[in-house]
Write a protein that binds this ligand. Structure first.
Ligand SMILES: [Zn+2]
Length: 542
């Protein structure tokens, strides 16, 4: 710095700051990719619409959490401190009717299904990533105050115990979903006569007999669905926050209504970046990992009504005997499902079929094989490699990697900086894998010992793969091979072992020791040991 201190004006931001400015996000609001600039420097507030907890989660419920978890991890890696919120809708028409059907109180059903949702998120490695899971019923007081403000400001009106948002009063209505008022349909139905116009939507619903309800200035009732998210996002992230996520099916009416509520209440933007993920659909063809899908988002939106995709995914899963996500976790490793969900660009529809997940799993196996190869050569576990947790590249380390790794690392960052293109980023993982396997082959590392220079290069190259994979929540910890046996096949193995043990016992009884010994010896070759105990024969794997 010079004596007059002017030089400091020309100081360059550090590398981390430079890379932060490179992230671009597709914003549904403007229909363009925009440079990401946070409301508060270095911090990101991110809100994702969560489930209504009335049935066990299915795979459709995991799409948003896994995608936005990867986005959170990548933003964290890029130097931001991220607050990630997923709300829980624990009061709703569907929940009330499910509780009635089961003859249980609504909170009991909500609690059971929230526990199921959390267990699934935990298995998927998402739960610890989420800063808070606010529940609608914990915010009833805040909801009532918010609704009252909207009434006071002239954006809402009470009608026969209900409170409605007066859509005609908010001139920006339709700006998020890019729809004209004429193309929108209100709830209509039994409440139509209480509304000023059919477009108006409920903020507060008067309680029917035997429905759960809370006292309010408008009588006993409960909140509408849309108001919950406006209130909880404001409480946890502030009037204006950075990223609001959700499935494409939520753009209208849910998010459009959130915008109308929050902006009318606060007189400022609710959120700067609206991100919407593609929905799950039945697979029409078996695509390749990272392959492109030809169906456009617009077509998809038009084709899918409220929750249709989730129902579709639920139907397909059900036909395979795994409609609940917890049952799918018995068939597939959580990491395989995460890899599958991130293999497509988040804005594209996800072609769902068990065959596609299996195919993705085969791609994942090639990484696991490399990790074993790596460990054999270096004597070090891939999962114990020390890697940087921020993206500021360490040039000295990059230079020690095999040729081409630094370029692939840059390609990965470019993919992710370009609207979190996880599909492209995963494609780079395969490129790195090919390069490292070739490096091992070219240097004959499995045959020749003692080339410490090559070993160090291999370690540095593998460390880059691990560093990047962690930003997508992949290869965090080893997948235990024993766990890869599904419960169904474990049951079958158990039955087969009982049969073999019985056949061996019968052979011994008949003094056919040759057969009995053959059974014991052949099983031993498979890695299964038989132990004759006083109570009978038991078996164990080595
Ligand atoms: Zn929401």
């Amino acid at each position: 710095m010079t004596a007059n201190g002017k030089l400091s004006n020309y100081a360059l931001p550090d590398k981390t700051q430079l890379s932060i400015t490179m992230i671009r996000i597709y914003n549904t609001l403007t229909k363009t990719k925009e440079e990401f600039v946070p409301v508060h420097s270095g911090k990101v507030g991110m809100y994702l619409c969560g489930p209504t907890v009335y049935k066990p989660s299915h795979i459709g419920h995991m799409v948003g959490p896994v995608i936005f978890d990867a986005i959170k991890r990548y933003l964290t890696y890029s130097g931001y401190e991220v607050t990630f919120i997923i709300n829980i809708t624990d009061v709703d028409d569907k929940l009330i009717s499910e509780a009635n059907r089961r003859g249980l109180p609504m909170p009991a059903v909500a609690e059971e299904m929230t526990a199921d949702y959390w267990a699934n998120l935990e298995a998927m490695g998402v739960k610890e990533s989420v800063s808070a899971f606010p529940k609608a019923t914990e915010h009833i007081g805040n909801i009532i105050r918010f609704v009252q403000t909207l009434i006071d400001k002239g954006f809402a009106y009470e009608s026969d115990g209900d409170v409605y948002y007066d859509v005609g009063k908010f001139s920006d209505y339709g700006k998020l979903s890019h729809r004209s008022l004429e193309s929108m349909l209100g709830e209509g139905g039994s409440t139509a006569e209480r509304k000023h116009t059919p477009y108006d939507f409920a903020l507060w619903k008067s309680a029917k007999a035997d429905e759960p309800s809370w006292d309010s200035p408008w009588g006993k009732g409960r909140p509408g669905w849309h108001i919950e998210c406006s209130v909880m996002s404001k409480e946890l992230l502030g009037d204006t926050f950075d990223i609001h996520g959700g499935g494409l099916d939520l753009v209208f009416p849910h998010h459009e209504n959130e915008v109308a509520q929050s902006e009318a209440c606060h007189g400022k933007a609710m959120c700067n970046f609206w991100m919407h993920n593609g929905l799950m659909q039945a697979s029409s063809e078996t695509g390749k990992v990272g392959g492109r899908n030809t169906r456009s988002n617009e077509e998809q939106t038009a084709a899918l009504a409220d929750n249709a995709a989730e129902q579709e995914a639920g139907k397909i899963s059900k036909s395979k005997g795994a409609s609940a996500f917890r049952d799918m976790l018995k068939v597939f490793e959580a990491e395989t499902i995460r890899f599958f969900l991130l293999s497509t660009h988040y804005r594209r529809p996800i072609d769902f079929s068990f065959e596609r997940i299996e195919e993705v799993g085969k791609g994942l196996e090639t990484f696991y094989r490399f990790f074993k190869r790596f460990e054999k050569i270096t004597g070090q576990s891939f999962y114990r490699l020390n890697v940087p947790l921020t993206r500021t590249a360490d040039k000295s380390k990059e230079e020690k990697s095999p040729d081409g790794i630094a370029e692939l690392r840059s390609k990965f960052l470019e993919s992710m900086d370009d609207d979190f293109n996880t599909g492209g980023a995963i494609g780079v993982f395969f490129d790195i894998l090919r390069l490292l396997n070739k490096f091992i082959d070219d240097n004959k590392m499995e045959a020749v010992q003692g080339n410490s220079n090559a070993v160090e290069q291999l370690q540095q190259g593998a460390a880059v793969l691990r560093e990047l994979a962690l930003t997508l929540g992949l290869f965090v910890k080893p997948v235990k091979e024993a766990e890869a046996i599904t419960s169904a096949s474990a049951e079958l193995v158990g039955k087969l072992m009982t049969l073999l043990i019985e056949l061996r016992a019968a052979a011994r009884k008949n003094k056919d020791f040759a057969t009995a010994d053959k059974i014991r010896k052949d099983l031993s070759d498979f890695g299964i040991t038989l132990e004759d105990r006083p109570g009978g024969t038991e078996w164990r794997t080595e």
